[in-house]
Design a binder for this molecule. Structure first.
Ligand SMILES: C[S@@+](CC[C@H](N)C(=O)[O-])C[C@H]1O[C@@H](n2cnc3c(N)ncnc32)[C@H](O)[C@@H]1O
Length: 185
């Protein structure tokens, strides 16, 4: 068996996962939004599932539609980085909740500060994105995560927009889709 020394693994992939989670959770917003995260034991909650799917399926492209403060794009971004095979998270969000995603420089810095550089944010609705050149040339997508505007119509639009782009072994996930609740956002 061939084992890399611990230091070498860390220098290839940034902080070890536990230290990375500790730093992420210094931002309280990354403990919110219904992914069952928990600070006390550095528990990513559903983030483990997102991370694991990225590691198991090893897609070269993941699409995330909607995120309040980037928790899901970060989980997938870290998974692709740890796969060491390249790949990219295409994150679609028009910043309808507040101005957080409005400045591309601030968005790039936000993700880079978390050690993740493979997330490409698109400041658009899905409706706008499907009209773009980027959509036409997107290629096959291995994971689609739908968490945009929470109406049945929009979730259907988001799903159908990427059906033909989904690779044969690909999967689509819908957040906030199990219980009916009134959103405060
Ligand atoms: C409710 S938040 C997602 C909260 C979430 N559970 C999380 O983990 O962050 C929904 C996001 O979807 C975005 N959004 C709203 N309408 C959209 C659309 N038509 N296309 C893409 N994103 C949209 C909003 O800007 C917002 O950031």
């Amino acid at each position: 068996m061939f084992c890399l020394p611990r230091e070498e693994i860390l220098s290839q992939n940034g902080l070890a996962l536990k230290d990375w989670i500790r730093e992420l959770f210094e931002n309280e917003d990354l403990l919110r939004m219904g992914h069952c995260q928990r600070l006390e034991d550095l528990n990513l909650g559903l983030g483990w599932l997102y991370y694991a799917l990225g590691r198991i399926l090893r897609p070269s492209k993941i699409v995330v539609i909607g995120s309040y403060r980037g928790f899901v794009p970060l989980m997938f971004g870290r998974a692709l980085a740890d796969n060491s095979e390249g790949g990219e998270v295409c994150f679609i969000d028009p910043s309808f909740v507040d101005d957080f995603w409005k400045s591309s420089a601030a968005v790039d810095k936000f993700f880079a500060d978390a050690g993740i550089t493979n997330i490409r944010h698109v400041l658009m609705t899905t409706q706008e994105f499907v009209e773009s050149e980027e959509y036409r040339t997107l290629g096959k997508v291995g994971i689609i995560f739908i968490d945009g505007y929470h109406s049945e119509e929009q979730a259907r639009f988001d799903y159908e927009a990427f059906q033909d782009k989904l690779s044969p072994e690909g999967i689509t996930l819908f957040h906030d889709s199990v219980r009916v609740r009134t959103s405060k956002i």
